[in-house]
Design a binder for this molecule. Sequence first.
Ligand SMILES: NC(=O)CC[C@H](N)C(=O)O
Length: 355
Amino acid sequence: MIGYLILSDGTTFEGEIEGNFLEPCEGELVFYTGMTGYQEVLTDPSYKDQIVVFTYPLIGNYGINEKDFESKKPQVKGVVVFQATAQYSHYLAKYSLQQYLNKWNIPYITNIDTRAIVKKIRSNGSQIAAITAKRRVLFEQKLSHQPVKEVSGTKIETYGEGDKHIALLDFGFKKSILTSLLKRGCKVSVVPVHSLNEIHDLSPDGLVLSNGPGDPKQLENQLPQIFELISKYPTLGICLGHQLIALSLGGNTKKLRFGHRGANHPVIDHKTGKVFMTSQNHSYVVDANSLEPLPVHVRFTNVNDQSVEGLVHEHLPILSVQFHPEANPGPEDADWVFDEFLEIYVTARREKVYA
Ligand SMILES: NC(=O)CC[C@H](N)C(=O)O
C-alpha cells in the first residue's frame, strides 16, 4: 500500500509500505552509500534508532545469512530502499531482506526516490523523519539520549584463550571488533558500560573502546573514569571509542551536517603519507581546533572533508581511529591498525617501554 517518508521539516516522499502501520516509526534519517553490506549495517548497534536510506538502488540480492550479523538483531529503526528484492541468491543465504525485516517488525519503505531524499539530507543536514501510512504525522521526538546504555551488554563475558588479554569496552560493539581481536590470538573480556570500574580486576594488557550509537557526550559522566583507564593501559579507540578518548582528554566533538556512512571513505595516514579506503559510520567528529592545547596529534585525516580520522597520544600508548578497521561492511585495507596496536602498543607496554 502507499506509504510516506515524512521529514520533520514537512518534506514528504511517497513510496510503498507493507504491514501494520498504526504507529509511525520515527528516527534520525541517515544514508549509507555502500553497494553491499546491508546485513552488517542493519545489525550494527551504532545505527540504533536511525532510519537508514540505502543509496544503492537494488538491495537484498544476496539475501541474509546466519554468519554476517554484527549483533543479535536489527538495530535500525526503519529502512528506506528503492528496490528491496525478494529474489536472492547466495550459498549461505537463509532469508530474503523482507523476511528478515518482517520477522523483527522493522518498518521499511520501497519504490521511493532515494536519490532525492539523499540530496535533501546533503543540503539541509540530517533530521528526524517518520515512515508512516498517513499523509501527516505529529513528531513525538521521543528519541533516547542514552542509546549506548540500551545496546551495551549486561555482564562481563570472556572469549578466547590468547596470551594478550584485551578488555573491550562495550558501548554497543560490533561482533567484527571482537573477531578481529580473537583472530589475532587475544583473550577478550567484553565489559559493559556499567562495569567499567571492574576493569582493574581483570588486569588487562590493553583496552579497546568500541563503536556505539548517538552523541558521545551522552557519556559525559563516564569521562573521568575513561580518562583514568586510558592513562593506565595501552588503548585503541574505534569510532565512538575514539570520540570518547578525545573528550576524556579535554577535546571536543561536533556533529557533521550529514555523517559519513559507506565503504569508500579515503583517509590519509600522516605517518606514512599513504591513503587507504575505509568503512565508516558516524555523525560526530572530533573538533581539530579543540586538540591544539592537548598532548595528542592527528595521525589520520579524511581526504574528502579534512575531518579528524584518528589520533595518537604524545607520551601514552593511545591510538584512536574514527573509521572502522574491522570493516564489515567495507574494505579491509585498515585491518593493520589492530596489528599495530597489538604488536607495538600492547607489546611495548609489556616490555615496560611505557612503564
Ligand atoms: N560507529 C560509531 O561508533 C558511531 C559513533 C557516533 N555514534 C557517531 O555517530 O558519530
